[in-house]
Structure formats: C-alpha cells, structure tokens
Design a protein around this ligand. Structure first.
Ligand code: C5P
Length: 211
C-alpha cells in the first residue's frame, strides 16, 4: 500500500504511549495502540472464564471472538462481540494476565493481521512491542523508546502499577513469539534524557533522518 507506518516500540512506562500520541498529532496521522488490542482479547478471555495461562483454551476462545477495529478522531478503536472497549482494559486483572495471553501465537497472528489492516486505509503511528520487528518490518520509520530503570519505576508508581509491570516486561522480552527487542534499523530514544517536548523534537529529528 502507499501508506506510511511509524513503528514505536518499547517496554512499559518508557514513555512510548505519550510520545506516539504526540507524534501522531504533530504529523496528523492515525494513532494505533496495539497494546489495547492485546488487552481487549485478555479482557474477553477473563470475562469468558477462560484460564489465561491455558494457551489452548485461549486460542479456542479467540476463535469465537468477533474483533472489530476502527478509527475515530484519528485514534484506533476496538470492540469485541459488539462491545466497544475502553477503561476496562486498564484494570489490574488485565495487567496481570495480558502477557500470558499475548504470548499465545494464535492471538498474535490474529492481531498482527488486524494491525496490518489499518495500513490499507490510513497513514499511522503504531505503538507496541513488535511493530518494527514483526508488524511492519519494512517501514523505514522505527523508534525504540526506552528510559532509565528508576525513571520507569517512578512512572509505574505514578500510574498505580507497581508489581505487574516488571513481570510484564520480563515476560514480553523473553517470550518465544515476537519478543520485545530493538528492531533492525530502529533508533533508540531514551526519554529519561528528555522533557516531553524535547522528546517529541528528538523523535521528529530521527524520523526525518530515517525518511
Ligand atoms: O502497551 P501496553 O502496555 O498497553 O501493552 C500491554 C501488553 O500487551 C504488553 O505488556 C504485552 O504483553 C502486550 N503487547 C504485545 N505486543 C504489542 C503490544 C502489546 O505483546 N505489540
């Protein structure tokens, strides 16, 4: 397709969501939050009473799900079986189980397909863990966002998310399918060295060099 994808990857609490959102606004692009898609499937798994650590059961439950992605006001939306999801994706329960569910290959296959589908109709910024490595490996625009451990720890506490995030990063980085890592061709941006504004400027500079 002739559309442009900017891939923003990094661990939790790295500042990638804020950066991706501000970049998408600065450039007038659609913002797609791929983490929400994994959270949505996790929410539905839990709601259906399926054990999130039972990969086979998760894959089976996935087959029954009608997942609908969309764009509204330049932001991605997600609905499962007709239920539009939002704040319920950010609960402790979902935080605790999302790494388990997102490690299931069938889940990744399905969601990567849907993620690629966005590019058929819009230019976008997509944030996640495997956007530069798996979803859009051919895009020249890739940023890996990171931050010092203590800065990330502070942000976690501020977000009320202390224990789960650490485990989540470890699980996301060590899983077999699509682990979190710096993609080939990605520039690493350390947000602990930046204010929000200077981080956006640095990202814009990186993108102009990558293009
Ligand atoms: O970005 P966020 O922290 O909301 O993502 C929640 C979880 O979804 C991650 O911890 C990870 O397990 C999973 N995820 C993923 N691949 C992505 C985006 C998110 O596995 N591209």
């Amino acid at each position: 397709s002739g559309h442009i994808a900017i891939a923003i990857d990094g661990p939790a609490a790295s500042g990638k969501s804020t950066l991706a959102r501000l970049l998408s606004e600065a450039l007038g692009l659609t913002m797609v939050n791929s983490g929400e898609m994994y959270r949505a499937v996790t929410w539905k798994v839990l709601k259906s009473g399926v054990d999130p650590s039972d990969a086979e059961a998760v894959a089976k439950a996935l087959e029954q799900m009608d997942i609908e992605c969309g764009v509204e006001n330049r932001l991605s939306t997600i609905a499962i079986d007709g239920v539009r999801l939002g704040p319920e994706l950010r609960t402790e329960e979902v935080n605790r189980s999302v790494s388990l569910v997102s490690a299931v290959p069938e889940v990744r296959e399905k969601l990567v397909d849907l993620q690629r589908g966005f590019l058929k109709f819009t230019d976008l910024v997509m944030e996640g863990r495997d956007i530069g490595t798996v979803v859009f490996p051919d895009t020249p625009f890739k940023i890996y966002v990171d931050a010092d451990a203590d800065v990330r720890a502070e942000r976690r506490v501020a977000a009320g998310e202390v224990d789960a995030v650490h485990d989540r990063d470890r699980e996301d980085s060590s899983r077999k399918t699509a682990p979190l890592k710096v993609a080939e061709g990605a520039a690493v941006l350390d947000t602990s060295k930046h204010t929000i504004e200077s981080g956006v400027d640095a990202a814009l500079e990186i993108l102009s060099e990558q293009g």
